[in-house]
Design a protein around this ligand. Structure first.
Ligand SMILES: Cc1ncc(COP(=O)(O)O)c(C=O)c1O
Length: 380
């Protein structure tokens, strides 16, 4: 009998089941029935009437889709306004919007890397940065997590084009990168610093201006920042921010800008409305940080192992992947949605509950969330 082309998929599934690592999609009702500590809508803006209204207005005015790459079908004033206001808010010279944070990261690394370049990459970087390094065809050196001394050592052994890439706030443990020190290390060796501020933008620093601004790097000539519009702004899409000559270079060479349909008008309009809300109501960012600190304090006091959060992500250790899945399911049964991170999404193989603090949760909701997590915790 001839083998079936996809028999290997069944074999992989069996291995995944044995390891407790099977993933499955779950339906999501339009009206939330659970308290949500799993999503990334940090500021609670995804359903804000000004944001959803702007999405609807943009779709009516510009159409449901962007109709093509901006280099082919033209660039709307909506995209230009979002870029101008994003750059101004973060203190960057210029910005360029992409269809996702993932494609923004691929753009920055492929356009600034290349076969002749060295990329120094933090060991805990997000998957999209890892893929960007691979696609760039640059020599990539992975350095230990949050370790500027190792960055210096690797850069010292290289001549020519180089850059260091790091998350600003790491997605798994919620800790912040030592951005000011990394920037110093890069500067000493004429290298650029690329910062993925997906979890910092809208949360970290004065009014949520993000990790690089908080580290005194806003407008720096050798720093490039990427952000997603899908977390704190509650929309969809991504952007690269940095010196005007870098942004112009991306327009001319970033394949995920040139060969990808532009960000949809509705997402662009929603992101712009959310950004304006954040600018007018800077206390939103502070409330997220307070909620994260509260969760950390209370869960630690209850004896759980919780990493100190530097932004919205609060990570609670679980004894095994199976225990993490059960714990998350028990929370869900008790009315609380939490994230569950298992290998291969965790660099150190340790499974966790991943909580995302939201600035729009009430004190009562946070109290109840802590009670559920503690009551359903597996025995250590
Ligand atoms: C650190 C980080 N970078 C990039 C991304 C990708 O952003 P997007 O979901 O907009 O593609 C994500 C999130 O999903 C992320 O957590």
């Amino acid at each position: 009998m001839r083998p079936d082309a996809f028999d290997w998929i069944d074999e992989e599934r069996v291995l995944r089941e044995k390891a407790g690592l099977v993933r499955a999609l779950r339906p999501r009702p339009a009206v939330a029935t659970l308290t949500d500590l799993a999503g990334n809508d940090y500021l609670g803006l995804a359903r804000h009437p000004a944001v959803t209204g702007a999405a609807a207005d943009a779709a009516r005015r510009w159409g449901a889709g962007a109709t093509g790459s901006r280099l082919v079908t033209g660039s709307t004033e909506l995209h230009a306004a979002l870029e101008t206001e994003l750059a101004r808010f973060c203190g960057a010279e210029a910005a360029l919007v992409f269809s996702s944070g993932y494609t923004a990261n691929l753009a920055a690394l492929t356009a600034l890397g290349g076969p002749q370049a060295l990329i120094v990459s933090d060991a805990a970087n997000h998957a999209s940065l890892i893929d960007g390094c691979r696609l760039s065809r640059a020599r990539t050196e992975v350095v230990p997590h949050a370790d500027p001394a190792s960055v210096r050592t690797v850069l010292a052994g290289h001549r020519g084009r180089a850059l260091m890439v790091t998350d600003s706030v790491f997605s798994v443990d919620g800790d912040a990168a030592p951005l000011a020190e990394l920037a110093r290390a890069c500067r000493e060796h004429g290298a650029a610093l690329v910062v993925d501020d997906a979890h910092g933008f809208g949360v970290v620093g004065e009014g949520g201006r993000g990790g690089p601004a908080d580290a005194g790097l806003a407008g720096a000539a050798d720093v490039v920042t990427t952000v997603t519009l899908s977390k704190s702004l509650g929309s969809q899409g991504g952007a690269v921010l940095g010196p005007a000559r870098v942004i112009d270079h991306l327009v001319n060479s970033a394949r995920t800008f040139i060969f990808d349909t532009a960000l949809a008008p509705a997402a662009t309009g929603a992101a712009l409305a959310a950004l304006r809300l954040l600018r007018e109501e800077p206390e939103r960012a502070a409330r997220v940080r307070e909620a994260a600190a509260f969760l950390h304090r209370r869960l630690t006091a209850a004896g759980l192992q919780v990493a100190p959060p530097d932004a919205a992500v609060v990570s609670v250790r679980a004894p095994s992947p199976q225990a993490a899945v059960r714990w998350a399911a028990d929370c869900r049964a008790a009315g609380l949605a939490v994230g569950c991170f298992r290998p291969p999404s965790v660099p150190d193989g340790v499974s966790r509950l991943r909580l995302t603090a939201r600035g729009d949760l009430t004190g009562r909701q946070l109290d109840d969330a802590v009670e559920v997590i503690v009551r359903t915790a597996p025995a250590a």
